[in-house]
Design a protein around this ligand. Sequence first.
Ligand code: MTE
Ligand code: LUZ
Ligand code: MOS
Length: 749
Amino acid sequence: MKNIDSYTHLRGESLFVDDIITRQDTLYGLVFDSPKAHGKIISVNYANAEAVEGVIKIFTYKDILGKNQIGGIIADEPLWAEDEVHFWGQPIAFIVAETKAIAKKARALIEIEIEELPVITTAREAKEKGSFINAPRSFHLGNTNEAFEKCEHVFEGKTFSNGQEHLYLETQGAYAIPMENGNIKITSSTQGPTSVQKIVAQVLGVAMHKIEIDVIRLGGGFGGKEDQATPWAVMAAVAVQQLKKPVKYILNRHDDLRMTGKRHPYDSTYKIGLDEHLKIIAYDVEFLQNSGAAADLSPAIAERTLFHATNSYYIPNVSSIVHSCKTNLPPNTAFRGFGGPQGMFVIESAIAKAADALGIDKRLIQEANLLVENDAFSYGQIATKVEMENTWNTAIKQFDLEKLEKETAEFNAANTNYKKGISLMPITFGISFTNTPMNHARALIHIYQDGSVGVSTGAVEMGQSVNTKMLQVASQTLGISPDKVKLETTNTTRVANTSPTAASATADLNGKAVLKACNALKERLKVVAANLLDANIEHIVFKEDIVFATKEEIFVSWEKVVAAAMLKRVALSENAHYATPIIHFYKTKEKGHPFAYHVYGTAITQVTVDCMRGTYEIDAVKIVHDFGKSMNLGIDIGQVEGALAQGIGWMTMEEIAYGKDGRLQSNALSTYKVPDIFSAAKKVAIIPLETQGNDMAILKSKAVGEPPLMYGIGAYFAIQQAIKAFNPKHKLQFHSPYTPEKVLMNLYE
Ligand code: MTE
Ligand code: LUZ
Ligand code: MOS
């Protein structure tokens, strides 16, 4: 089944926030943000801006009737700066005008005087100065101190992985309209409708029920709209509360790039110990997360870094610590993988360093340590239904790694100016929000009296096709054709108290709620059908728009059963709740069973480096991925391909640059390069691993949104291999992204 949005997407008919009908009296908002990264606000002069014809009002923190506070996990972030600014791009005021052009003109006329304070842009510097968001977290397994003593080989090193811009096609934005009695309805481009509702209520000083959030779909989120879609909706709502007129605010690309946070850069230090059989006995790692100027989701992201610090390997002695370092950058935020990729880059670097020092293939160390059944993770969960070796061995066999390696060696022997590299990248990714209480969802299903069905859930469609999956669950469970089912918008008045669409768990959580609701409806309809067909309830089957009494060859149409149910006054609506069973986590011990299950996979990446220029091509990425029993292979393969491209971009070309003054230098698409069709892998082959699937996953079809991003890490190590082939004296560096400039330096140093 195709993505149900593909028809309207291709015709340009799909609706996003900026496409919905605006009321005639709509006003337009625009943020005035800090032109300095850190300082005391001495004065702001709004007089000239206010004098522009068509400017209605300029809002500042003084206009807030509730709390000037939007922090989700920690209350450390004002909506609008008060006396101090902490990052370049921090919102200070909100201009509301008759048109966008007027607001823009007014913004240029605001004068601000800031007494500058020292600016911190790197995590290392923040740590030296003791600037943190919160206390560090650490996980421990076994005893690393004792274990290192016994190791045959011990290696230490440092790594750096840079941030990443989400670059959702649809920029951030919201449209707020006044309803009666001070109620406000907001159409928002958010992954978290409930967070928007909650924070709007808090800032306005009103009850949550006065605020309705509606989400049609997002033009991409990638984590960038899990928390950071909120401020714009709140600002529009503050203006609506006081002006009683609709207010729209859609950020332009420059403003969005400058003001929003990105993937967290990490500075890390590791120590790895191996025995004579290449078994990793001990691993010690310190992560310095560059959190930016406020907590945002950083504490949760830091936690996931620890969960994935050992990637797909069993290591009996682990000691890991993460510091969320407070810097003067925009608060960094969720991004596909949520800290997991940053953790995995370090262990892969440690293994590469060890292999290089020992003069062996990295693959041998990887292979000797792959996770197997009943191995313990450092956080206490015991790995079960492990498919790690299965994906690894299948990839090696199906893609004939031996032949690929032979071809690479032959090519490198025959060419001086071009070198090829090859790498293997295993992934193991935990599915569930690491914060256990977030793992629940609801669905509300209406069967209308003509037999058509409307499905509402807490899931937000952002291109990942979750709506299509929800539709499949409903149509399969009710035994009706897909065109009888409609997916409604995501709305807080229909489905309340939702977790954000995140953690790759949306289809599982919301899908299980849809399944439950449909089964409950079916049970009621079975009684009606049994009555109509004069048959036994146990024999009633719903299939292809017909309700059968099996064995008896007696049947009636779905529509007739629904119509009969209506006459018999049977409830045709159902609201179901699903909460993931089993999972738990004890924060005081840092142990538990946080994940419903893990997703596994292996990627083989082949690259060719042009050793004159430092440029490179990704020749092929060959993947064996554990989809469980995929409910929609077209969609799931699309997710793998997209995540892979995004992961390769993060590792190779996307270079976020801030000046020492904290100003974003890569502030446009001319200075920030994302993968395009020319830099995409020339070939991508994806083999679904054959398994029985997992019952914790919706219809046994495993979560797929984030895990494949980490296949992109393989590109870094394949490029490194090619460099090494050209320059055997090269001292390996673990500093991503591997831009052509860096590759060139590495080839000749
Ligand atoms: N795919 C598209 N096309 N657009 C997106 O914004 N977000 C990713 C992933 N795939 C995203 C995407 C992220 S960060 C997550 S967490 C998951 O989708 C969320 O959706 P799911 O839980 O339904 O997988
Ligand atoms: N968001 C979140 C996430 O709040 N908790 C998580 O564990 C998570 N994991 C991945 C992506 N987003
Ligand atoms: Mo995804 S980073 O969980 O939005």
